[in-house]
Design a protein around this ligand. Structure first.
Ligand SMILES: Nc1nc2c(ncn2[C@@H]2O[C@H](COP(=O)(O)OP(=O)(O)OP(=O)(O)O)[C@@H](O)[C@H]2O)c(=O)[nH]1
Ligand SMILES: [Mg+2]
Length: 682
């Protein structure tokens, strides 16, 4: 591949809900440009961008995949993104490094799961976009109604620039309403033809939409439009370029990606309407080749024989192989070995790469996704991509205890690869927790993990960090006495236990007077009590929010010891705790659910079923307090009953008593575990 100036580059993300045809569209664009010699098919597992074995097996895209093509003296770096919402992190990383987005919609069913999320993300990144209404060859495909649905939903600045000739299986060409030209598809190419009469009848109403949209681009056009003056083809073309780049116009195309009907006209549009990468200055750094080198890592892939491969967007300067650069995010230096241009799994080595381009760097030592690489003398740090909060968690442990350390290392290497994959150790439940964007995300992770490290991981839902406390004040004696021949054991304590407000933990007060217990044994009593509290009394969870006062006791000159007083303290504490009306507390989270208005009612009734306390109901969302234990599977459930349109955040709020039935269940479970000699033996 030859070298390109920044002006000759375009970086384009291809987005849309799952299965809408993104991979097929990229496949068609590559084929038309001569990158490939046949059209791959997702179901056959032979497309350029779905090359990972997991993608081939599942017939879905999982990774954002770079696929460049050369056309008319330009290079277009396409990035095919996954539509499955579990991989939204890939989409967000992609949007960080492109200048334009092609968003696909389905001509049979325009409201696909995730579409709105992606649309919002493109808006958040302020990117120009083109819509491609796909599957026009399918039965019940309807271009016109899809256009209307999209315009109602996203605004009147969406406007068709092409209209289809023929429909469903008879779909065979497009009329370009800006240039007033008609084309029939002929393999990779197009044959110009007369505008068919039935399509000609439709042109005026579509043209009206177009004029209305471009009139908003500048005031002169608006005046001309309002005065009913003729707006020339030239004026429309210019206004389209400006309008698309400023986000004021979103042109709509149509076609069939898998049959390669329509993509022919898209390549030209990308060059014409999307800005080149050096049009935008970032953080005061000019996006020019003459500037010092800087780049942002938007993706990391770990491959069996290659190790880590970092995909970077070069923002400024030139990167040459053999040079040293700084990783400002990790305060380390990296030596650049190979520089690769990748198209799916095909890789070509180049000696250098320049501002605006997207390239892959294998085998960097200490660099992860979202890091900045830069010239050692001209430091710059680009902001990291903001990823959504993870929604699904699992507790993980290796099947064999010996693999514990290896597992921890492996997990942390995955977090380097995927910024939406998180892990942490929860000291309260003593579990290693992994979190991700959905069930499929974690499922794929577990399989990859096993493949890469050969370690079997067992999973379970994370334990709920319940706690125990008491309701009333009580006194109890703890006496430990063993006097059978030789030296015995003797410790005797009297304590009073009383509740404290939430969050106060465990307080110990020593009120021993007159030497009822010698001073040196008192710390042992306290230790015995604290350890017993930590292990839990009624259900095996830490006991909190109470005060213990040690006020009396007795000792034996010979038989008393630290150990005897520790045991006595613990015995007295357990007895007192059980008599002080113990209760189990559970964490309550404050949940904020966002959904389209039609689902608000369902969200409320669902949260009620989960014992939620509704705080507020808005047109497009609900806020509630709900027990953590009730929402362990909420992400999947919400997604399913809102057809993928709902999202939520949940933050810890406070601890609250569980219902009597839950308490009974937890206590019985603890009892059963103890009898089995399980974890309750703490
Ligand atoms: N009839 C018809 N089928 C299509 C069209 N585009 C894609 N398909 C089929 O739809 C299925 C999914 O296509 P993909 O291109 O993999 O969809 P995708 O958007 O990349 O899917 P994800 O990446 O998993 O979100 C495949 O079986 C394609 O052959 C189209 O225009 N017409
Ligand atoms: Mg795909």
């Amino acid at each position: 591949m030859k070298e390109y100036d920044c002006q000759q580059l375009r970086n384009v993300g291809v987005l849309g809900h799952n299965g809408v045809g993104k991979t097929s569209l990229v496949e068609a664009l590559l084929y038309n440009a001569g990158v490939t010699s046949r059209l791959g098919i997702t179901n056959d597992g032979n497309t350029v961008s779905d090359y990972d074995p997991e993608e081939i097996k599942r017939k879905i895209s999982i990774h954002a995949t770079l696929a460049p093509l050369e056309y008319n003296g330009h290079k277009i770096n396409l990035i095919d993104t996954p539509g499955y919402i579990d991989f939204v992190g890939e989409v967000i990383s992609t949007l960080r490094v492109v200048e334009g987005a092609i968003m696909l919609f389905d001509a049979v069913n325009a409201t696909g799961v995730g579409s709105e999320t992606f649309w919002k993300q493109i808006s958040k990144h302020n990117l120009p976009r083109i819509i491609f209404i796909n599957r026009l060859d399918k039965e019940r495909a309807n271009f016109e109604s899809t256009v209307n649905i999209l315009r109602d939903k996203f605004g009147k600045h969406l406007t068709p620039v092409m209209i289809p000739i023929g429909s469903e299986s008879g779909f065979k060409g497009l009329v370009d309403i800006v240039a007033n030209k008609a084309y029939l598809f002929e393999g990779k190419g197009l044959a110009e033809c007369e505008i068919p009469v039935d399509v000609a009848d439709l042109i005026p109403s579509y043209k009206e939409m177009l004029l209305e949209a471009v009139a908003e681009v500048d005031d002169t056009l608006l005046e001309e439009y309002l005065d009913n003056k003729e707006i020339s083809q030239e004026e429309i073309s210019q206004a389209l370029v400006k309008g698309v780049q400023e986000g004021k116009v979103v042109p709509i195309f149509g076609g069939s990606a898998s049959k390669n009907l329509g993509p022919q006209l898209l390549t030209e549009a990308i060059l014409k309407w999307f800005p080149h990468p050096c049009q935008r200055e970032i953080m005061g750094r000019k996006p020019a080749t003459a500037e010092p080198f800087s780049a942002y890592v938007f993706k990391t892939v770990i491959e069996p024989h290659m190790g880590e491969i970092s995909y970077v967007r070069i923002y400024s300067g030139v990167l040459t192989s053999g040079s040293s650069v700084q990783n400002l995010s990790r305060a380390s230096t990296e030596r650049i070995g190979q520089i690769l241009i990748t198209c799916g799994k095909t890789r070509t080595e180049v000696a250098k790469a320049s501002a605006g381009d997207l390239v892959a760097l294998p085998k960097l030592k200490n660099t992860r996704t979202s890091d900045t690489l830069c010239n050692t003398h001209s430091p710059i740090l680009y902001p990291e991509a903001v990823m959504p909060q993870s929604t699904v968690s699992l507790a993980v442990r290796p099947k064999s205890k010996a693999d514990q350390e290896k597992m921890a290392l492996g997990l942390s290497s995955f977090t380097r690869e995927d910024p939406t994959f998180k892990m942490h150790y929860d000291p309260e439940t003593k579990e290693t927790i992994i979190s991700g964007m959905g069930d499929v995300h974690l499922e794929i992770f577990l399989r990859k993990f096993k493949e890469r490290y050969g370690i079997e991981i067992e999973t379970s839902p994370p334990r709920i960090p319940y706690k125990e406390t008491i309701h009333s004040k009580t006194k109890a004696q703890g006496k430990y006495k063993k006097q059978t021949g030789g030296r015995g054991q003797y410790g005797d304590t009297w304590i009073e236990i009383e509740p404290l407000p939430r969050g106060r933990g465990v307080e110990f007060v020593d009120k021993i007077v007159g030497g009822a217990i010698p001073r040196n044994y008192i710390p042992s009593v306290e230790k015995g009590i604290r350890e017993a509290a930590e292990g839990g009394v009624i259900a095996g969870y830490p006991s909190v929010d109470f005060k213990v006062t040690l006020y009396d006791g007795s000792y034996h000159e010979v038989d008393s010891s630290d150990m005897a007083f520790k045991i006595a303290g613990s015995m007295g504490f357990k007895k007192a705790f059980q008599e002080a009306h113990p209760v189990v507390l559970e964490p309550i989270v404050r949940i904020e659910v966002s959904v389209p208005p039609q689902y608000v009612g369902e969200v409320v009734s669902d949260l009620n079923k989960r014992h939620g306390h509704i705080e507020s109901i808005k047109e497009d969302g609900v806020t509630a307090q709900v027990p953590l234990a009730e929402i362990s599977n909420y992400s999947t459930d919400l997604r399913s009953f809102t057809h993928g349109t709902g999202s939520y955040t949940a933050l810890f709020s406070h601890y609250q008593e569980v219902m009597p039935k839950t308490q009974q269940d937890l206590m019985s479970k603890y009892q059963a575990e103890r009898e089995k000699g399980g974890r309750a033996e703490v």
